[in-house]
Design a protein around this ligand. Structure first.
Ligand SMILES: *Cc1c(COP(=O)(O)O)cnc(C)c1O
Length: 356
């Protein structure tokens, strides 16, 4: 087996690159598909749930899949600078891949509404971080406008190469399972990722690698749920900052995915999202960020109501790593730290009292 060198090299036959294209990669992709063991038992339902743990990408989210393609193509086209609006993870990925390519990254982030780990990433990778007094949607509008006036390449998911890279996650799922799942559950912000997975499954279907495609199920946070409202939302609010988006850029594409896959959209409250994040940690040992947990929160509810029937095989994408947002994680932990003197006696007592 050759050394794994990232998703472009692995899937170059299905990606828009040439033999002599200089690939900008950090070894992204090839993330684990973990079968849940304890949560299905807790639900009391006969379902197979797998999570695609995208938090193990180089900068800790699935955005790296798209960014390796977008930056590779930007460099190929001779660009010396990239720009994006971001709720955090896109800026972290853009900053890292720009560093790797030795070009400049400009990132527009919403004032104060970005998880600490993501801000630290963008800054230490050396991006020019521009904080705007506005939300993601304002940033996106400004990025589109400024890119018409300055020589910068947009690397948001409106850049078609982003989705090309991201579709490879569906390829990996199929290769792990040997088939496509019955349901693919995924958090939805701009709706680029749900669109990309569907592209990936559809390509494998057209090539005869799979005979059936999954039903795509997209979950939004209740305070930022334009697909549920049927129209854009002007002041999105949710603890899941990665999906705090009211004007999704892939609006039409996502509706098409829902229709073609016979899937649906639904919403989760912040409480449901946080409960699912904690459950996944405590019952399976998997730490994802709040936005990612929307996929499991929604899936669990749809399993309980049998909208997702027993016997189903379900994949939930866990889009980002829990370490990105330590503040929200810590706030969820209500059991106090055990604080004692540094003596054997006290340590022993602390343990014995808590053995289960
Ligand atoms: C970007 C992101 C999403 C939303 O993906 P879209 O393609 O915008 O729908 C969800 N979760 C995390 C952690 C993200 O970074």
């Amino acid at each position: 087996m050759p050394r794994y060198t990232g998703l472009i090299n692995k899937y170059r036959d299905r990606l828009p690159v040439h033999d002599d294209t200089r690939i900008i990669s950090l070894g992204e992709g090839n993330t684990p598909l973990i079968r849940l063991q304890n949560i299905p038992r807790l639900l009391g339902k006969d379902v197979d749930i797998y999570v695609k743990y995208e938090g193990l990408n180089p900068t800790g989210s699935f955005k790296d899949r798209g960014m390796t393609m977008a930056v590779t193509k930007a460099v190929e086209a001779g660009s010396h600078a990239i720009i994006c609006a971001s709720t955090g993870n896109t800026s972290a990925a853009a900053a890292a891949y720009a560093a790797r390519a030795e070009i400049t990254a400009f990132v527009l982030i919403p004032d104060g509404k970005i998880a600490l780990g993501k801000l630290a990433q963008a800054m230490i990778y050396g991006a020019v971080v521009i904080q705007i007094k506005g939300n993601f949607d304002d940033g996106m509008r400004l990025v589109k406008e400024v890119a018409q006036k300055a020589p910068v390449t947009i690397v948001n998911s409106i850049n078609p190469y982003r989705l090309q890279g991201q579709k490879t996650a569906a390829f990996e799922v199929v290769e792990e399972l040997g088939f496509a799942p019955d349901f693919h559950c995924i958090p939805v912000g701009n709706a680029g990722n749900i669109t990309a997975y569907w592209m990936g499954y559809s390509e494998y279907h057209a090539s005869g690698i799979i005979h059936q495609r999954p039903r795509m199920v997209g979950y939004q946070a209740s305070g930022a749920a334009p697909f549920l409202r049927g129209k854009m939302v002007d002041n999105p609010e949710t603890v899941a900052t990665a999906i705090r988006i009211g004007h999704p850029q892939s609006w039409d594409q996502a509706w098409k995915v829902r229709e073609e896959s016979n899937g649906w959209f639904d919403e989760c409250s912040d409480e449901e999202i946080l409960a699912a994040q904690k459950l996944l940690c405590e019952k399976e040992g998997i730490f994802c960020e709040p936005a990612s947990a929307a996929s499991l929160a929604g899936a669990m509810r749809d399993i309980q109501t049998a909208k997702i029937p027993e016997g189903s095989r379900i994949v939930c994408t866990l889009t980002g790593n829990g370490l990105k947002d330590p503040d929200v994680a810590l706030k969820q932990c209500r059991t106090p730290l055990v604080s004692i003197e540094a003596t054997l006696d006290q340590v022993q007592r602390a343990i014995v009292e808590r053995l289960r």
